[in-house]
Design a binder for this molecule. Structure first.
Ligand code: URA
Length: 227
């Protein structure tokens, strides 16, 4: 299923390019023409009124992302869930609370990092994102990354990691080492929602996060985080 989605996105992008339709890659540019200056707030505003895909009709709120505009560390998840859709904020449900603990375990606060998702709107019933949704939505994330310029991206879960790295390699094989995305070091790790179902894998995430902290020059606390 996952392989099929990646393949279909690739085909769609190639088809759009072949047809000379660059408009799909221009999501962020549109709406910034007046000032010409793109800011994180500007991107968030455009996301909040975006209607480029059918998720605009089913969402309660779009969830642009939040955090330190100069964050050295950026977390990227899959898509908002029910709590995020209600509150217009990323990672505020149970998985989000675990993510907050992970961030705090390396001595940072949520406000120190930037948290975003591949998709800015909740897919109905939390189904997997569709290729067309990824194509329409990903320019927003690219713009956010280019504005924040983090030193490290931590991709949360299989979907974010495989989408950003354009690979079908399983997350269990991707995690544990740095990759590169747009010249930025990227550490894939398990999604906090997965950890809620598979707490035994928390130790792997702790290993990944320690590598991230080390790379950022953060002194690593001796104790591993509790649930
Ligand atoms: N899961 C995600 O991938 N993102 C969120 O914002 C919340 C849950």
């Amino acid at each position: 299923m996952r392989n099929k989605i990646i393949e279909t996105v690739k085909q769609m992008v190639e088809m759009e390019k072949f047809a000379g339709n660059y408009e799909v890659f221009d999501t962020v540019k549109r709406g910034t023409k007046k000032t010409g200056k793109i800011t994180l707030e500007g991107v968030a505003k455009k996301i909040s009124v975006c209607d480029l895909c059918p998720l605009a009709k089913t969402r309660t709120h779009a969830v642009p992302g939040e955090g330190n505009p100069k964050a050295e560390l950026m977390f990227i998840g899959e898509a908002p869930g029910r709590d995020e859709d209600q509150q217009a904020r990323p990672f505020v449900g149970r998985a989000g609370q675990l993510l907050t603990k992970i961030i705090e375990a390396i001595g940072l606060r949520r406000e120190d990092v930037f948290i975003a998702n591949i998709l800015k709107c909740r897919p109905p019933e939390n189904r997997n994102p569709l290729p067309g949704e990824i194509v329409k939505c990903s320019p927003y994330l690219v713009e956010q990354i280019d504005l924040v310029k983090p030193k490290i991206i931590c991709a949360l879960g299989k979907f974010a990691a495989q989408t950003l790295l354009n690979t079908e390699v399983p997350i269990s094989k991707l995690r544990g080492k740095f990759h590169e995305y747009r010249g930025i070091k990227l550490m894939p790790t398990y999604h906090p929602a997965y950890l809620l179902r598979n707490p035994a894998d928390k130790k792997e995430v702790w290993e990944d996060i320690k590598l991230v902290a080390k790379e950022l020059g953060i002194e690593i606390p001796r104790k591993k985080p509790k649930d």
